[in-house]
Design a protein around this ligand. Sequence first.
Ligand code: GLA
Ligand code: ZN
Length: 661
Amino acid sequence: MRPWPSGRVAFGGDYNPEQWPREVWLEDMELMRRAGVSFVTLGVFSWSWLEPAKGEYEFAWLDDVMGLLHENEIAVDLATATATPPPWLSAAHPELLPVDRQGHTLWPGSRQTWCPSSVTYRDYALALTTQLAQRYHDHPALAMWHVSNEYGCHNIPCYCDRCGAGFRRWLEQRYGSVDALNEAWGTAFWSQRYTAWDQVLPPRLTTTFANPTHELDYRRYQSDVLLDFFRAEKAVLTELSPGVPVTTNFMTLRHFDKLDYHQWAADQDVVSTDHYIVNTLQHPRAELAFSGDLTRGLAGGRPWLLMEHSTSAVNWQPVNPAKDPGQTLRDSLAHVARGADTVGFFQWRQSRSGSEKFHSALVPHAGADSARFREVCELGAVAARLGEVCGSRVEADVAILWDYQARWAASGPAMPSSLLDYAAVPHTLHRLLRERGITADVVHPSADLAGYRLVVVPTLYLVTDEDAGSIAAAAHAGAQVVVTFFSGISTQDDHVRLGGYPGAFRDLLGLRVEELFPLMPQAQVAVGDGWGTLWSEDVTAVDCEVLETYTSGPLAGRPAVTRRATGEGAAWYLSTLLDDEALGGLLDRVTAAAQVTAPAQVPSRVEVTRRSGQNGSWLFLVNDSGDPQQVAVTGYDLVSDGRVGPTVKLAPGAVAVVREE
Ligand code: GLA
Ligand code: ZN
């Protein structure tokens, strides 16, 4: 066993040697050393190479690769190789293939072509995991286990009969009786009342809008069934390979919402995630920062692993631009700034065949004699210098609440506006706070809110009584709590809370909404000096101060933004999506009330965070602008490897990590 690389930010990526002849492996070792690679993730898609026929294992090649990596002092995050079945397995058991909502079988030929409820698939996967754990548990290169890969990326939801049966078992456990299910799903509606469990099916393609609670429970079930599978693999590893940490790579990107990672996180020995920049987003760098803050929230504030990102272009967007010179370093350190202690990439060597041949890698098609590889080597050198940062924590006084289940419910069928995307409001508020240099932890509503001076509750459509209670308690205890429109509307069964919106937060906010007024595309309503888009609500102030009113549209004269003092803190309500300037102005008021400030005064397009620990504190400065910038700080910059002060100068796109004096 090898400990996870320490004394430096671990640096490396996915290694797929089975795609290359052996002489290339030797070159790989030489280049990995040159680049300062300290870990690789090995074997993610190797099943057909490890078990070419049922029960016939071929480990000799993997022994050789593990041996080479050990000789070169490179730690191995060894995959259980169960992400994709070999063709012989799906040919022998076509029933393990997933089925889409329309009833189409998803055939082999790509990857992750397995049904999440298939016991056959699980049995074969656990057999392979057992073999790997028995063989490599005490291998000197082994540092971590990597279970499967990006669970749920392609194969859920599956709507097959087996998933149907599993769903019914899951429902029986959750509700106990068909009557309780009818109650939870509100089946008095549209003649949907069930009289026996076997009448319940997955929410397959139907004539019109499906039952929203049926849909919601199906998403919960699909996430749970995969978690159960992860736990089964982990149990094998913990038994046969004790002491080696186990992880699976999450996808905390904005567009991925198929798993409830808050349910998954506690089972990870260390939280790891993958992140790719989506070029079509309006604010891709803000999205990267949100992803980091969410991952840290999942890790309970502890450091986490960036398992994959890209040195340059990906291959799965409509257009895949290359990264600018310096961007690989900037992106990597932007993750470290938010708590990553490991920087990994997909993948080591760019494939020459297969559907990812145009996805960038650490070693590009052009080879080691390339600007990209020289940048990779520079990044390796910086990662080695950043060791002292490892283990430190990112400072944050703000919590932004985020809940995958609320997201699922809010994206259910037939809602007030299809323009409302659950991620939009939290991302907007996070982006505006980040522009002010203020770092937020993105956490679940049930998280301990005690340490936060500001708690942001964006479009938390579904909320339990308990979580609503702890949000109110946070305000009472002294936090500024900002609740936005379309929060607190429904219960965990997605039943609307009656008596006026926003049901769960009516008392906390001291107001009552009788009707929702979502806005048409492009429509705006005037609010004070600014504009509201997307949404508006008919708010009656009951026991709160009105800060802004609507001054145009059907709600002219009605409250738009309110505040209610409660206990030691206050609860603010925002009933529309204000433009950036107006919303930023409101956040300035709220952060002043909360006495939350940036760790350093920075120009608006320089991102700043602070990590601190027992042996010091480090200011991370990322210049996201196209201009040179400077920031007042004195200390030692680990990136440029020199003293700085009384200011540090940042070239366009440059990063500094300053150990503060
Ligand atoms: C995911 C996968 C990798 C690779 C990359 C490409 O993160 O885990 O195997 O396909 O995407 O971006
Ligand atoms: Zn299935």
